[in-house]
Write a protein that binds this ligand. Structure first.
Ligand code: TMP
Length: 210
C-alpha cells in the first residue's frame, strides 16, 4: 500500500542543535520499517552545489552581503528541488528535508533584516510547484541550542557567532509557526526524540489523504 502516490514532502526547521538530524534519522527508520520509501535530504548540502555552498556560507570570513547570502541559499534551493526533491516526489516517496524555505525567512529575513515578502517571492520561484505537505519547527531556546552545539564539540558557524542574531532568528521561527495548521506544526524540541517522532509520524498519516 502506498498512501503517497504524489509523494509527501516533510521539512524540518529550527535552530542548529534543535534535533533536526536525530528526528530525520529516527523518523526515516520508523517509516521504512512501515514499508514506506523515504529519501533524506538537506539544505544546504545535498544538491550538486550544496556542499560547496554550505562550506562557503558557514565559514567565509568575507563580509558577505545579506542579499548575496540569501541568493546563494535560493540558488541551492532551486537546484535541490529540481535535482533531488521533485524526482523523489514523482516516484511517490516521502522526502524528509532538513531545512528549506522557512530557514531563509528566519535567518535572512528576521535575522539579517531582508524583506520577508521578497524572500517569500523568490522562495516560491525556487520551489516551482513544490510545496511542503508538512513543515515541523523543532522549538528550542537559543541557550539550549548553543549548549547542544557545544556538547557536540562543534565549532560555531557564522550563523551562531552572535547571540543577538540567533535570538532574532528564533523569534522569526516563533512568529512563522505561531499558528498551527495541517501543514505547519511547532513541536517542543526538548521532548524525548522518540516522542517527537511519534507526533510527526501520526501527523503525516492523518494528513496524507490529499
Ligand atoms: P546546517 O548547519 O544546518 O547545515 O546549515 C547551515 C546554516 O545555514 C545554518 O546555520 C542555517 C543557515 N541557513 C540559512 O541561513 N538560510 C537558509 O535558507 C538555509 C537553508 C540555511
Amino acid at each position: 500500500m502506498n498512501r503517497f502516490s504524489k509523494g509527501f514532502l516533510l521539512v524540518l526547521e529550527g535552530l542548529d542543535g534543535a534535533g533536526k538530524t536525530t528526528t530525520s534519522n529516527l523518523l526515516t527508520t520508523k517509516l521504512r520499517q512501515k514499508g514506506f520509501k523515504v529519501l533524506q535530504t538537506k539544505e544546504p548540502g545535498d544538491s550538486c552545489i550544496g556542499s560547496t555552498l554550505r562550506t562557503l556560507v558557514n565559514t567565509t570570513k568575507e563580509n558577505l552581503e545579506p542579499l548575496a547570502e540569501y541568493l546563494l541559499f535560493a540558488a541551492d534551493r532551486a537546484q535541490h528541488v529540481q535535482e533531488i526533491v521533485r524526482p523523489a516526489l514523482e516516484r511517490g516517496e516521502i522526502v524528509i528535508s532538513d531545512r528549506m524555505a522557512d530557514s531563509s525567512l528566519a535567518y535572512q529575513g528576521y535575522g539579517r533584516g531582508l524583506c520577508s515578502e521578497r524572500i517569500a517571492l523568490v522562495n516560491a520561484w525556487a520551489l516551482g510547484s513544490i510545496r511542503p505537505n508538512l513543515t515541523v519547527y523543532l522549538k528550542l531556546t537559543t541557550e539550549e541550542a548553543l549548549m547542544r552545539i557545544t556538547k557536540r564539540n562543534e565549532q560555531r558557524t557564522r550563523f551562531e557567532e552572535q547571540n543577538a542574531f540567533l535570538e532574532r532568528v528564533k523569534s522569526g521561527f516563533d512568529t512563522l509557526f505561531a499558528t498551527a495548521s495541517s501543514t505547519r506544526l511547532s513541536v517542543d524540541g526538548t521532548k524525548p526524540p522518540q516522542e517527537i517522532v511519534s507526533i510527526i509520524y501520526h501527523h503525516i498519516l492523518e494528513n496524507s489523504g490529499r
